[in-house]
Every structure is written in structure tokens, then in C-alpha cells.
Design a binder for this molecule. Structure first.
Ligand code: PLP
Length: 398
């Protein structure tokens, strides 16, 4: 019995995993792959200086999106690299310059690349502190204040969580870090282009951005590095000394042009897009809630981006729902280890049991999500749930 007709194109509701490149971004990038292929570091000739000018224009657009200066932007391959440079770079600079601070404070719901970068530094004599979150996914600011002291080198707290979409209070966190004389790094991969960001208003010293989370290309990103007062980092790569010595390697002109265009579009259209996504998300949760009593939404109600819903379904596993719906692209947040499927560590950090986490799906709406996509998702998930769910395992409301 299958009430859901097959489709010739899947419905994509996984915009926290990656976003499609905006066609305007693709158009901006194309000439830099072909006729304008010069090396942006070849300052001796016109093709080099043209590429360099394009890179600098993109750098200015990236900076403008977050209230920074262009010369504070270091171009990288993505947020994973930016997070590694920020965290390991700050630690290694401190260790090499007799700064005695060794404590690095982060949060249990960070992306793996932040958690693993912090954990790796234990082997270099640093003291990682991983704080828990509240049931709503937000950091307890009193717990942060208690954990940050004059031995703290760095506080790293993400702006928006990639699974549950909650927005941390960056200004409050930045204030606590600065009062203790610690650096504040934020992984803004899910926030940049989605919510207004201002590095000065929030006291941010280091911020990571990813191209493919804001309708730009994959394989490019940026790291904001504050100049006044200066956030000092040691580079991870040895090489030609590009990006003021922080990131050696020939810059990827086409991808950087794409990231710049993505930032320009996001800055211009952010408010309008957020309003549209808020309505689409309401349509999605209202439709699903009507069809599936006992459906529970995870993460703060108020402090969240509009394009994310994280839902625990009564009586059906996320896996079974996804298997019944091959034309719907959503995500479970679980990770496959060598032994077994492990529940999402973000959901268990919120206090969900592994069993509740196994009944949870992330639905990510984006710029190219239509009302028809949302209506398909409501109909498809409702029908699949109706045929799979068995009573008696209703989720508890939260
Ligand atoms: C996607 C993501 C990353 C990794 O970004 P890449 O550019 O793919 O390396 C890091 N942090 C968060 C919160 C993300 O969503």
C-alpha cells in the first residue's frame, strides 16, 4: 500500500547538510574557470591582477556580510579548515609565545571538526572543557561564566547548530570571553547569510564560514581574524605565505568569486528570505502536527533559524520513515561508526534518549524550497507514518 506517487525529481529538505549553488553564483564563477584563469598571485601581468581584483572584491563582500574589514578575512577551503586554523592556530601561537593560558572551552553540540580540534589539543598540553547544553539546546550562560577564567585561552561556541537550528547568544558569550581576556571563536557555517551577524557587536575574534551552506560552491570558506585587538594565530600549512602567512596555497579564484557573490546575495535578500521560510516552516509543522498527534519539535522555539525543523515522531523510527520515502531527502543526524548506527550526539546532549533520537528527523528548508515541496513532505511523511507507526510508543511532549 503506497499512497505516495513516485516523483521524477526528489524533494530536497536537507539544506543544513548543503545548499544548491544559486544560479547567479554559478554565472559569476564561470569566466574564472575558463578565459580568466590567471593566478591571483601573479602580479606581473594583467591576467594575474584581474584575478587578484576579483578575489579582493569577493573578500570585501564576505567581510561586509559580518561587519568586518576585508583585510580581516582569510580565505580557506571551508568551515572545517577555518575551524582547525582558528582553534589549533590560536593554541599553537599561544604555546610558541609563552602565553600561559591552556584552557579551551567549547560545547557538546559543536560540529565534529570543532570537538575533534579541541580534543586533539589535549595531546599538546591544553585543557579542553566541553560544556553541556540545556534541554532547548542553548548554552547555560552561568555555566559558561563559571568555566571561563584567567587561564582560558579560547572560547569556541557555534552561532547556529546544524541539527536543531538553535541560535546561541553570541553577544553574551563574547562578553564573558572578553571579560576573562579569552579569545572568542564562533563556527558560523549555519548562521552566515541566514541571520544578521556583526563581529564587533558580538565581541567575536574568530569566525568560520562555509560557501556551500549559503548557496555558494563546495570547497571554499573563510575565517574572520580580528585585527584590533589582534587575534594571533600560527598557520597550519607551510608554503608560499599567501593570506598573510595564515593559509599558504594558490587561492581558488572561481570558488572565491562564488562565495563573494553568495554573500552579496545573502546580505541583500536575508530578511525577505527569512520571512518566506518562516511561513513555509509553519505550514510544514502545522500540516505534520495535524496528521501526527504526539509529534515533538526539538530545540528552542524562539532562538532558531527559520529553515530548520528537528522532529521526533511517535511510534516510527527515522530510518523506517526514510526507507519508505526515497523521494524525500531529509536527515537522521545519526552517525555510522564501524560497529553500529549511533544516535546523534547533539540530540542526546539535549537529553533525548537514544530511542527517542532514533525516531528523529531533521527537515531543512532553503531558498529553493517551494510550497509544493512542503505540501509533498507533509503528505508523504503523514502517509508513511500512518502505515508504519505502531501505537503505544507515543513520544512524550516537550
Ligand atoms: C557544514 C558545517 C561545517 C563544515 O563545513 P565545510 O565547509 O563542509 O567544511 C562546520 N560546522 C558546521 C556547523 C557546519 O554546518
Amino acid at each position: 500500500m503506497n499512497a505516495i506517487p513516485p516523483r521524477n525529481r526528489p524533494v530536497y529538505l536537507d539544506n543544513q547538510a548543503t545548499t544548491p549553488c544559486d544560479p547567479r553564483v554559478v554565472t559569476a564563477m564561470l569566466p574564472w574557470f575558463t578565459e580568466k584563469f590567471g593566478n591571483p598571485h601573479s602580479a606581473e601581468h594583467r591576467m594575474g591582477t584581474e584575478a587578484e581584483a576579483a578575489v579582493e572584491e569577493a573578500r570585501a563582500a564576505i567581510a561586509a556580510l559580518i561587519g568586518a574589514e576585508a583585510r580581516e578575512i582569510v580565505l580557506t577551503s571551508g568551515a572545517t579548515e577555518s575551524n582547525n586554523i582558528a582553534i589549533k592556530g590560536a593554541a599553537r601561537f599561544a604555546a610558541a609565545h609563552d602565553n600561559p593560558r591552556r584552557r579551551i572551552v567549547t560545547v557538546a553540540t559543536e560540529h565534529k571538526c570543532v570537538l575533534e580540534s579541541v580534543a586533539d589539543l589535549a595531546a599538546e598540553g591544553f585543557a579542553p572543557v566541553v560544556l553541556p547544553v540545556n534541554r532547548d539546546g542553548l548554552l547555560d550562560l552561568a555555566a559558561l561564566e563559571a568555566a571561563v577564567d584567567d587561564t582560558t585561552l579560547l572560547v569556541s561556541v557555534m552561532a547556529v547548530n546544524n541539527e536543531i537550528g538553535v541560535i546561541q547568544d553570541l553577544a553574551a558569550i563574547g562578553g564573558i570571553a572578553r571579560a576573562a581576556g579569552a579569545l572568542f571563536h564562533t563556527d558560523a557555517a549555519q548562521a552566515a547569510g541566514k541571520i544578521p551577524l556583526d563581529v564587533n557587536a558580538a565581541g567575536i575574534d574568530l569566525m568560520s564560514i562555509s560557501g556551500h551552506k549559503l548557496y555558494g560552491p563546495k570547497g571554499v570558506g573563510a575565517l574572520y581574524v580580528r585585527r584590533r585587538p589582534r587575534a594571533r594565530l600560527s598557520p597550519l600549512f607551510s608554503g608560499g605565505g599567501q593570506e598573510r602567512g595564515l593559509r599558504s596555497g594558490t587561492l581558488a579564484t572561481p570558488l572565491i568569486v562564488g562565495l563573494g557573490e553568495a554573500c552579496r546575495i545573502a546580505a541583500a535578500e536575508m530578511a525577505e528570505e527569512a520571512a518566506r521560510l518562516t511561513l513555509l516552516r509553519a505550514r510544514l509543522i502545522e500540516g505534520l502536527g495535524r496528521a501526527i498527534p504526539g509529534l515533538a519539535a526539538n530545540g528552542s522555539d524562539g532562538a532558531r533559524i527559520p529553515g530548520n525543523l528537528n522532529l521526533t515522531f511517535p511510534g516510527a523510527t527515522a530510518d523506517a520513515l526514510m526507507r519508505a520515502l526515497p523521494d524525500l531527502c531529509v536527515s537522521t543526524g545519526s552517525a555510522c561508526s564501524s560497529a553500529a548506527v549511533e544516535p546523534s550526539y547533539v540530540l542526546t546532549a539535549l537529553g533525548l534518549t537514544p530511542e527517542e533520537a532514533s525516531r528523529t528527523l531533521r527537515l531543512g528548508l532553503g531558498r529553493f524550497t517551494s510550497e509544493a515541496d512542503v505540501d509533498y513532505a507533509v503528505a508523504a511523511l503523514s502517509a508513511a507514518h500512518g502505515s508504519i507507526a505502531h501505537p503505544g510508543t507515543a513520544t512524550t511532549a516537550r
